[in-house]
Design a protein around this ligand. Structure first.
Ligand code: FES
Length: 241
């Protein structure tokens, strides 16, 4: 500012202090995990996405401490790590409950009942998008299409599928989760906690029973079957696949 310019109100840069680092025993443990993850890639910076899942598995969300940890180990700046962590919605920026409940409110799910499910859960749980129930059990979010439109409306709990939901069935799932009762997704492996899920997403072994089981269901294959039938009818079929 030159001396000719009128004095304006002070501009306060709301800079925060650097976050506290992890305690030594936590850092030591995370460093072993980080080393294993980074070794999978030709360049350390390529390991950023799984490393963000790793720190999310430690803290339940991506904290400033976690961002510094990633930056230190990948030769990146905190700003670069933050830019990535805030771009992808699977990285959360506020504390997350044991169960992240995501209701798909993209077009197809929305019109088939996703909007009603989300509204019902907001009322039932007393939380809004991104908030966590006071008991720390459930974080509710509306989510984008999870490529499960053939089973719309879909709800995800810790990224496991709950297909063909209704407001009543979704409410029953959240009640059971909060009561600590066993809840099975419609398909895939049994549920684990949000932090355990984050560790799996960081690339560590998923040892849940049935994790590799499952075949595409009839709704998923309906288009393929229709195409095959049409090809057979006009004689252009190449034969069964
Ligand atoms: S619109 Fe909901 S899974 Fe695709």
């Amino acid at each position: 500012m030159t001396s000719q310019q009128p004095a304006g109100p002070a501009i306060l840069l709301n800079l925060t202090r650097r976050p506290e680092p992890y305690p030594p025993h936590v850092r030591q443990r995370l460093e072993l995990d980080a080393k294993e993850i980074i070794a999978r890639y030709p360049h350390p910076r390529s390991a950023l996405l799984p490393l963000l899942h790793l720190v999310q598995s430690e803290d339940g969300y991506v904290t400033g401490t976690g961002i510094d940890f990633c930056a230190d180990h990948l030769g990146l700046t905190g700003a670069e790590v933050t830019a990535v962590a805030t771009f992808y919605s699977m990285y959360r920026r506020t504390p997350t409950g044991d169960y992240h409940v995501g209701v798909c409110t993209n077009t197809l799910c929305a019109v088939l009942g996703g909007d009603a499910i989300f509204e019902t859960l907001q009322q039932h749980l007393g939380v809004r998008h991104g908030e966590t129930t006071p008991d720390g059990a459930i974080t509710l979010e509306h989510i984008e299409c999870n490529a499960a439109c053939d089973y719309a409306p879909v709800m995800m709990v810790n990224w496991e599928f709950f297909d063909n939901q209704t407001p009543e069935s979704a409410r029953a799932v959240t009640d059971a989760l909060r009561a600590g009762e066993p809840v099975r997704p419609t398909r895939g492996a049994p549920l684990c906690t949000f932090r355990e899920t984050a560790r799996i997403l960081a690339g560590f072994p998923d040892e849940r029973p049935g994790v590799l089981d499952g075949m595409p269901g009839a709704p998923t294959l309906a288009g393929l079957r229709a195409a095959e039938d049409a090809a057979t009818a006009d004689g252009s079929a190449e034969g069964p696949r």
